[in-house]
Design a protein around this ligand. Structure first.
Ligand SMILES: Cc1cc2nc3c(=O)[nH]c(=O)nc-3n(C[C@H](O)[C@H](O)[C@H](O)COP(=O)(O)OP(=O)(O)OC[C@H]3O[C@@H](n4cnc5c(N)ncnc54)[C@H](O)[C@@H]3O)c2cc1C
Length: 182
């Protein structure tokens, strides 16, 4: 880590260089603010929740549509950023598959939200699931309460996995190149 700059002033101090602090510093810099980004343990450190190998980025949040809207905004920003910085492998477009029990409210609410906001998805019947994912066992887990079979699935083809720690480091690196002090 570079030494703390002495005798300089900033418009904004952002405390915490996890994913949120990194992007906030980046965005404020783009709005011509002079930004200092501080972290007690370093960028994307092992104690931070975004300092892990991977994090799923998905659109389904059950009834919590506010997170769906947030993810809808975030995914294109990540994709633009990775394209611009030539790091496309930091997003792995694996898709995300939800497995739902009969009467599952959470997945049904995800589906309603996808329809409402035009999010690409596929609703898969149990037969579709068996055909597409032959190794999956859809029969009831005897340890689960209630022990009920998987009745349907919901697939998000555009969602996937962020290579989290390296992605956050890339955002901070880019922010620093643009003048943010860390
Ligand atoms: C096990 C696990 C799995 C998860 N899986 C997913 C997932 O798959 N998909 C998903 O979207 N979300 C997931 N999340 C949630 C997601 O990881 C967090 O929402 C996200 O990382 C929060 O980022 P953040 O920048 O707010 O916090 P952090 O990444 O924790 O960053 C906070 C930073 O602040 C620093 N800091 C704290 N206090 C101070 C201080 N006083 N002075 C200076 N620095 C300070 C810390 O060192 C740290 O670097 C998961 C979380 C966990 C724990």
């Amino acid at each position: 880590m570079p030494p703390m700059p002495v005798g300089q002033s900033f418009d904004v101090a952002v405390i915490g260089a996890g994913v949120f602090g990194a992007w906030i510093a980046h965005a404020l810099n783009a709005r011509r603010q002079k930004v200092m980004l501080l972290d007690a343990y370093g960028v994307s450190n092992a104690r931070s929740s975004s300092g892990d190998e991977s994090r799923v980025i998905r659109m389904g949040y059950g009834p919590d549509e506010i997170y769906t809207r947030s993810a809808m905004g975030a995914l294109p920003l990540w994709l633009d950023f990775f394209a611009r910085t030539d790091k496309p492998s930091l997003f792995q477009p694996t898709g995300v598959l939800w497995l739902a029990h009969q009467g599952a409210e959470y997945e049904q609410k995800c589906l309603n939200t996808f329809v409402k906001w035009g999010i690409r998805h596929e609703r898969l019947s149990a037969a579709d699931l068996r055909r597409r994912y032959p190794p999956f066992n859809l029969t009831p887990n005897p340890l689960a309460r209630p022990a009920v079979p998987i009745a349907w699935g919901l697939y998000e083809p555009d969602s996937g996995v962020l290579i989290a720690r390296r992605a956050v480091q890339a955002v901070v690196e880019d922010a620093c190149c643009r003048g943010v002090k860390i």
